[in-house]
Design a protein around this ligand. Structure first.
Ligand code: SF4
Length: 338
């Protein structure tokens, strides 16, 4: 039986019209879905007759929390079970500016970045838009707190699932439901250049983050196979074009790997690469993943790297590495349980 959450708002309106229902029913149903309803019985302002007709035609199941790990710093890492038995991860984090949820867009990932546990085993499938929204709804319910920032930075490459990610963004932004501001959403890509241009046209207010991790084509290719078909100079050209068009700052994610990309020569190359661009670098000492043997830079080395970048005119911060006492590196929790 088809899950009602798979229907777009327009499809939902059409189905209701066929049933002879007034147009406002669609908004009521959409609101219930965005409240996280997982059965039609919960939809108390909808007539019994319509509820029973809905349950004859559709299911209303939600994805579920299989496991939650809670860190001393308040970070909550979720293993979420999809209806078909696959698992994805999400992470709830507390920052000064508000609660943030990092969500997944695919089961597994095809990008194969060498420092990432999510890519091990490749992509199993794309998530549907409603499943991405459900990640937000079930984690919000479990955490018992509002979540006002979203980062699409979990498992998967969002631009490898563009249609579902676009639909999700429109749904979570929709004022009839959650109404989350586009400015409170950040999408992170490994750097699929043609989609960067499309995304800037479609969602100019959503923040764009790029997984950079190296300052030269050669070094980047060693870490990220996607760099072979998406050259660094073209990537930076796209980022400059986007930040000029949207007048929004681009964030570059840079996982610091001891002795590999945290040297003085890397500071020099990075600052010349990004010179004059409206941007910011987020430095994150790499969370260790058993399979690749790479070590994250020390906190001291990270702070020094940031301060050298700042001196050369590139704004940089060392991101707090939240949830270090739990399996916070992307993909590790799922790997343990599958
Ligand atoms: S870092 Fe992101 S894009 Fe790269 S393999 Fe992991 S999930 Fe995929």
């Amino acid at each position: 039986m088809r899950n009602i959450k798979e229907l777009s708002r327009q499809q939902l309106a059409e189905w209701l019209k066929e049933q002879g229902q007034p147009a406002y029913r669609e908004k009521q149903l959409f609101r219930w879905i965005c409240k996280g309803a997982s059965s039609f019985d919960e939809m108390t302002d909808i007539s019994k007759d319509l509820r029973s007709s809905l349950s004859e035609h559709f299911s209303c199941e939600s994805i579920s929390v299989e496991l939650v790990q809670i860190s001393k710093d308040g970070t909550r890492k979720y293993l979420l079970k999809l209806i078909d038995g696959n698992f994805v991860e999400a992470v709830f984090m507390k920052y000064e500016y508000g609660n943030t949820l990092c969500i997944s867009t695919q089961v597994g990932c095809n990008m194969g970045c060498v420092f990432c546990a999510s890519g091990i085993g490749g992509k199993i499938r794309n998530l549907y838009a409603w499943e991405i929204l459900d990640e937000y709804l079930v984690c919000r319910k479990e955490a018992g707190e509002d979540i006002n920032h979203i980062v699409l930075m979990g498992m998967g490459e969002p631009f490898d699932n563009y249609d579902n990610v676009s639909e999700f963004l429109k749904d979570i932004h929709d004022p009839d439901g959650i109404g989350l501001s586009y400015r409170n959403i950040t999408l992170s890509t490994s750097g699929i250049i043609r989609k960067i241009y499309t995304f800037a046209d479609d969602f100019p207010q959503v923040n764009l983050a790029i997984s950079l991790h190296a300052a030269t084509q050669e070094e980047r290719e060693k870490l990220m196979p996607v760099a072979k078909g998406n050259r660094l100079d073209d990537l930076i050209k796209a980022c400059r074009a986007v930040s000029e068009k949207t007048r929004r700052r681009i964030t570059f994610e840079y996982a610091l790997i001891a002795g590999q990309n945290d040297r003085d020569e890397d500071v020099k190359k990075l600052s010349s690469l990004l010179s004059g661009m409206l941007c910011h670098i987020n430095l994150i000492p790499l969370n260790p993943v058993a399979e690749n043997g790479m070590q994250g830079s020390t906190k001291d080395a990270a702070m020094q790297f940031a301060s050298k970048l700042e001196k050369s005119g590139i704004p940089a911060t060392v991101r707090r590495s939240l949830g270090r006492d739990i399996d916070a590196a992307c993909g590790q929790l799922r790997k343990k349980h599958t």
